[in-house]
Design a binder for this molecule. Structure first.
Ligand SMILES: C[S@@+](CC[C@H](N)C(=O)[O-])C[C@H]1O[C@@H](n2cnc3c(N)ncnc32)[C@H](O)[C@@H]1O
Length: 339
């Protein structure tokens, strides 16, 4: 991956699929940018909700802002937001050091906000454009599903109803804060997993590994239940319900489904490299959910983590990565102007 000589850390290195999905919105975001001079003739404020280590957002913004500079020289301030324990060191370094950074574009600045997007994180009426990619399917609280690592894939009706209700409330909370932060007619691009995506690579691997570890007596039934990713893939109906509830706040500019085969067009050689990367970093991403689920002393935890990581690599090897499909909702909303 060309990164201007910068050694990419964990998430940045292993998130090509999320980048592919975000780049599909290049034209849509270009239209949103072109609209923003109607909102201000001063600094255009862009907020990126759930940026992780920023590489994907940076590439996306570099492309779209370069085009925007052909029609406007207005200053631009980008706020990247993620949780407080995000790898902000990696984020700052890549923005400052990468050849692909948008800071090479004149009059473009950035800042970072380490705070949950389920809070209001910027002042009222201060954001012209918001976007969020592959982040708002993360729920505000952990859940423990009886039968599946992904809450939205559970077949337990009682649990499924609890998870769906939490996902509903979370999206409403997210939108009500963004409504306050946006200026009148400010726009929001939201891309997040939809329920067709249940067969995603990571969840397939993790589900198989957790069943295997339970059957071998490595983890207990309770530990397996707590080993649930706090991710909810919303169906069309669930989205429609939320959009109806916020119809007094937001106008729907567009709503579509985007899909991509994760490794379409990738050579066999490159795919082998990607598989090696995922084997290297994938298990590490499960460390936090494992720490929540496996309440043992640190030596015992490390022993289980090693078994988990080894099995995850084995399962990953056996899966047809090339045909794994990503399916996302892609929605553009506009804040309805207050009288
Ligand atoms: C899969 S990454 C997506 C990163 C990037 N937007 C992209 O498209 O590649 C999801 C990010 O959402 C962040 N996230 C999850 N819940 C969050 C919350 N409540 N507030 C802010 N960020 C959150 C996670 O920490 C993670 O970095």
């Amino acid at each position: 991956m060309a990164t201007g000589g910068f050694a990419l850390p964990n998430y940045n290195e292993s998130s090509a699929q999320q980048r592919k999905m975000l780049l599909k919105a290049t034209q849509t975001f270009g239209e949103i940018l072109n609209f923003s001079p109607t909102l201000t003739n001063g600094t255009i404020v862009i907020a990126d909700y759930g940026s992780s280590e920023v590489y994907n957002s940076m590439v996306f913004l570099s492309r779209t802002l370069q085009n925007f500079r052909k029609i406007s020289s207005q200053p631009i301030l980008v706020f990247h937001n993620d949780l407080p324990d995000n790898n902000w060191v990696a984020a700052n370094k890549i923005l400052l050091e990468s050849e692909e950074s948008y800071i090479k574009i004149p009059d473009v600045y950035f800042s970072a906000i380490g705070r949950s997007f389920y809070d209001q994180i910027l002042p009222n009426n201060s954001v012209h454009i918001g976007f969020s990619s592959a982040a708002i399917h993360w729920l505000s609280q952990p859940l423990s599903a009886p039968d599946h690592i992904l809450p939205s894939s559970s077949n337990d009706p009682t649990f499924k109803a609890i998870a769906s209700e939490l996902a509903h409330r979370d999206l409403l909370t997210f939108l009500s804060h963004r409504h306050k932060e946006l200026v009148n007619n400010g726009r929001l691009l939201l891309q997040f997993a939809d329920s067709n995506n249940n067969s995603s690579l990571a969840s397939t691997v993790m589900q198989q590994v957790s069943i295997n570890l339970l059957s071998r007596g490595v983890i207990t039934e309770e530990e397996k239940r707590d080993l649930t990713m706090p991710i909810y893939r919303r169906s069309n109906e669930e989205i429609q319900q939320v959009l109806e509830e916020v119809s007094g706040l937001f106008r729907v500019i567009s709503i579509e489904k985007i899909e991509a085969k994760r490794y379409e067009g990738v050579s066999d050689e490159h795919l082998r490299e990607v598989v090696e990367q995922i084997k290297k970093y994938g298990p590490g991403m499960m460390r936090t959910p494992l720490l929540r689920a496996i309440k043992r002393d640190s030596e015992e935890f490390e022993r289980i983590f090693e078994i988990f990581a080894k099995k995850a690599c084995e399962v990953f090897e056996s899966i047809d990565a090339r045909n794994s499909l990503s399916s996302y909702h892609s929605i553009v909303l506009e804040k309805i102007a207050r009288e």
